[in-house]
Design a protein around this ligand. Structure first.
Ligand SMILES: Nc1ncnc2c1ncn2[C@@H]1O[C@H](COP(=O)(O)OP(=O)(O)OP(=O)(O)O)[C@@H](O)[C@H]1O
Ligand SMILES: [Mg+2]
Length: 251
């Protein structure tokens, strides 16, 4: 499984133009193979920008990112991204959305059907297989999105506030499912969230960013044992981490 290294990365939108905006400054990070890391920070500090660059959607203005030693350039199936805004195809049913990646790669009808069954169930959309995205709620569309990325079986999962639009129960179930999927597959997960509790519950490490231009302000190693359980959310250790990180976020 791959390791991602971010090396002296700075990004300025509109560099050289009339209104340059430096969004990320001197970011140095290593995401170990198979680890679960979260990134937290106030709105506008550059979290989505960082994740999109990891996906290969555009290149940093300075510095670089590598995956297993190779500079990241362009998108690749090995790096799957769940975007902050849902990105379902409105002209495809739930099932067809989920099997989109495998279909593109030439998976047989039977393989596609198996993948659809597995991931429709995993994201809790059983019974909605043949519905159109317009017939779904915002949270359900988000789950289609997540299913589609999982179904692609990437090595690195880049998730940008994937559970932000979900109700508390669905969110907790999706968190538990994600941890189970991660434990089984040992993917490298990089997870952006505003929700500190979510970050602590899921992660090995939490990267706290400063306000724009985003810099790495603090890295917290979460020593809670695995597998994580809901009861852990109420322990002193959990609450202490939450209090500490809360104080670091610029409100
Ligand atoms: N394509 C772009 N062109 C110019 N500026 C951009 C572009 N994309 C983002 N920005 C700016 O970069 C800054 C960081 O945006 P980004 O979306 O990375 O923040 P974020 O940390 O993900 O915030 P949020 O928590 O609200 O999602 C913002 O000030 C935004 O206006
Ligand atoms: Mg964002």
């Amino acid at each position: 499984m791959p390791e991602i290294v971010v090396d002296k990365l700075t990004h300025t939108f509109g560099k050289g133009g009339a209104n340059p905006l430096t969004v990320l400054e001197d970011i140095n990070l290593t995401f170990e193979s198979g680890s679960f890391c979260s990134i937290v920070g106030t709105s506008g500090c550059g979290k989505s920008t960082l994740l999109k660059m990891m996906a290969g959607l555009f290149e940093p203005s300075d510095g670089q990112m590598t995956l297993d030693g190779d500079v990241i350039r362009g998108t690749d199936r090995r790096r799957g991204m769940v975007f902050q805004q849902d990105a379902v195809f409105p002209w495809m049913t739930v099932s067809r959305n989920i099997s989109y990646g495998p279909r593109l790669r030439g998976a047989s009808r039977q393989e596609q059907a198996e993948i659809e069954t597995k991931w429709v169930e995993m994201v809790g959309l059983k019974g909605f297989e043949d519905r159109w995205p317009r017939e779904l709620s915002g949270g359900m569309r988000k789950r289609v999105d997540i299913g589609r990325v999982y179904a692609n079986d990437p090595d690195v999962l880049l998730m940008d506030e994937p559970f932000g639009a979900l109700d508390a129960q669905t969110k907790e179930r999706m968190q538990a499912d994600l941890l189970q999927t991660w434990r089984q597959s040992k993917k490298t997960v990089i997870f952006v969230t505003h929700d500190l509790e979510e970050a602590i519950f899921l992660s090995d490490r939490i990267i706290v960013m400063s306000a724009r231009p985003g810099r790495v302000r603090h890295i917290e190693d979460v020593a809670l044992p695995r597998p994580r359980t809901d009861e852990m959310r109420l322990t002193d250790e959990f609450i202490q981490i939450k209090r500490k990180l809360w104080g670091m976020l610029e409100h």
